[in-house]
Design a protein around this ligand. Structure first.
Ligand SMILES: Cc1cc2nc3c(=O)[nH]c(=O)nc-3n(C[C@H](O)[C@H](O)[C@H](O)COP(=O)(O)OP(=O)(O)OC[C@H]3O[C@@H](n4cnc5c(N)ncnc54)[C@H](O)[C@@H]3O)c2cc1C
Ligand SMILES: NC(=O)c1ccc[n+]([C@@H]2O[C@H](COP(=O)([O-])OP(=O)(O)OC[C@H]3O[C@@H](n4cnc5c(N)ncnc54)[C@H](O)[C@@H]3O)[C@@H](O)[C@H]2O)c1
Length: 488
């Protein structure tokens, strides 16, 4: 099969369908969905308007983590007497940015295009739009237009864009979104960050480590609203200790960029904050405004709701699927890829008339989206959480108990870093005696998270977990301490 601009593998044959499946959007979700559907026997076209690999590869996960890792490595060395003395300088910003550029593949997608070809998926470059049932038109880079018809299904995997507030002056102020925050070529002296979510926190952490004077303007009363409250508090403490000016309850009322390049942010308390760049990390909106949603009875610009097999619930006929960020189930790369695997296989099974497994945790349904979504916030300290917070579990009507343990009291943590500060919480479903949520906050807790994900997804009874003995002296001994605390 071909790649760029390839014609359909089944073009004109068997009823005139071009492909069994047309996927719009070649981010991590679209790639995985296309791959699983093709592995299930379908011919697949993938339509991509920008770079194959999507936001994650070029302007989100990869470059942001590449910007964060050197600062984390340096901080890690500084936390241990003996190695602390060996750290005599600051980060080499040019080297950090160069490494970031490499992790963003220098904003070229050749590698991912080669992978698509090797996987047997046809790439059609251009902007795709739905055009009624099982039809997609593509505005191609050369100015032409192609129509693709799908025999079985169309999958929308178009992701999100940054959502900017409607503020006076914002449109002309050339503010940063997450794209500029992850691809900037130099370190701003003064950086204002608006928002208190993950993008705001990670960006503040990264650019502060690179030397920017960072002011974090948070509208609400805490950071990371969707995590346990202590996580927001410990991250806020960490940012302040690193020299970030964290301002809670700070609302921006207007923005403008002066002729000398300075950005001025007017705040609701009457003060004005000057900066060299201002990031608005104020959430995401679905990339569906120019997608032809009206041609299938959906509202342009809306999120696309789906059932657990990925079918758009408001579109009759069961031929339209939506996966990844665009369905608003969980805005994370790994959940989008998971949906891609599950939904792609379900599409192929339906097409072949094979039975689906629709029971909770069955092969054909993305059950984990509801109860077991893991996430790591790469701040200092790191926040690693899976499943429900205490509040979410209570709101869901579960009879639960939170079990907390100070991570610094674990021998492995004390060895890992001097004055280790952090906390773990397990949320226990008292009726079933299983875990429904776990949060770790502390230096280098990210790699602990999958143990918690396995326990939550596996619904491992606490009596059995008691026999999962953590190695001594590792940070993972926190598992033992949590269970001991629960048993009393
Ligand atoms: C700064 C930042 C850091 C992040 N870090 C992490 C992280 O560390 N871990 C994590 O799990 N998640 C992270 N995320 C979230 C993650 O980036 C998204 O969840 C993920 O990219 C979603 O994948 P997707 O394939 O659904 O959408 P996207 O990655 O957005 O891909 C969608 C693709 O569709 C294409 N497209 C859109 N419309 C059309 C159209 N009409 N026609 C053709 N093509 C179209 C786009 O060009 C794009 O390539 C981060 C997000 C941000 C903003
Ligand atoms: N490490 C990771 O896993 C990672 C990293 C980055 C992003 N992501 C994902 O990407 C998604 C987007 O992240 P995000 O941080 O952009 O969004 P978010 O929804 O997590 O946070 C948005 C923040 O902006 C604030 N806000 C919204 N409108 C505002 C306004 N008008 N004025 C001031 N503040 C306003 C909100 O109160 C919130 O604090 C999230 O779902 C996140 O999980 C994940």
């Amino acid at each position: 099969m071909g790649t760029t601009g390839a014609t359909g593998s089944a073009g004109g044959e068997d009823g005139g369908y071009d492909y069994d499946l047309v996927v719009i959007g070649g981010g991590p979700t679209g790639e995985n969905l296309a791959d699983r559907a093709h592995a299930g026997g379908l011919s697949v076209a993938l339509v991509e308007a920008e770079l194959v690999g999507g936001e994650c590869s070029y302007w989100a996960c990869m470059p942001s983590k590449a910007l964060l890792r050197p600062g984390a490595a340096l901080t890690g060395a500084r936390r241990v007497a003996g190695s602390r003395e060996a750290v005599t300088g600051a980060l080499d910003a040019a080297a950090v940015l160069a490494r970031r550029d490499a992790f963003a593949s220098h904003w070229h997608d050749d590698g991912q295009v080669r992978w698509l070809a090797s996987a047997g998926i046809d790439l059609v470059r251009g902007h795709g739009r739905l055009d009624g049932e099982r039809r997609v038109t593509v505005d191609t880079p050369g100015g032409g237009r192609r129509t693709l018809t799908a025999r079985h299904a169309v999958a929308v995997c178009t992701g999100t864009r940054a959502a900017l507030p409607d503020l006076p002056g914002l449109a002309g102020a050339r503010v940063w979104t997450s794209r500029e925050a992850t691809s900037a070529k130099s370190v701003p002296r003064r950086l204002a960050v608006v928002g208190g979510g993950v993008v705001a926190v990670e960006t503040a952490t990264a650019w502060r480590a690179l030397g920017s004077e960072v002011t974090l303007l948070v509208r609400g009363g805490r950071l990371l609203e969707r995590t346990e409250e202590f996580a927001g508090q410990l991250v806020s403490d960490g940012l302040r200790a690193a020299g970030v000016d964290v301002r809670l309850g700070a609302s921006v009322t207007a923005v403008r960029r002066e002729p000398d390049g300075t950005v001025l942010l007017d705040l609701a308390d009457g003060t004005r904050l000057p900066a060299d760049e201002a990031l608005f990390a104020t959430g995401r909106r679905p990339a569906t405004a120019d997608l032809g949603l009206e041609s299938v009875g959906l509202e342009p610009g809306s999120w696309i709701d789906t059932d657990d097999t990925g079918r758009a619930t408001a579109v009759p006929g069961g031929w339209l699927y939506a996966a990844g960020d665009v369905n608003h189930r969980a805005l994370l790369t790994h959940q989008g890829k998971y949906q891609g695997r599950v939904f792609g296989a379900a599409i192929a099974d339906r097409a072949a008339g094979r039975p689906l497994d629709l029971a909770p945790w069955g092969r054909s349904v993305a059950t984990a989206d509801h109860a077991a979504v893991p996430q790591v916030v790469f701040a200092d300290p790191e926040v690693a959480a899976v499943g429900r917070t205490l509040r979410e579990a209570e709101d869901a009507g579960l009879r639960v108990r939170a079990v907390d343990y100070e991570l610094g009291d674990v021998s492995g943590a004390a060895l890992h870093a001097d004055d280790y500060r952090g906390r773990a919480r397990a949320v226990v479903d008292l009726d079933r005696e299983v875990l429904v949520g776990v949060t770790f906050v502390g230096p280098d807790v990210a790699e602990l998270l999958h143990s918690a994900t396995v326990a939550v997804v596996g619904e491992v009874p606490l009596d059995r977990l008691w026999h999962a003995v953590p190695a001594y002296p590792t940070v993972s001994e926190v598992w033992l301490r949590l269970l001991e605390t629960y048993r009393g």
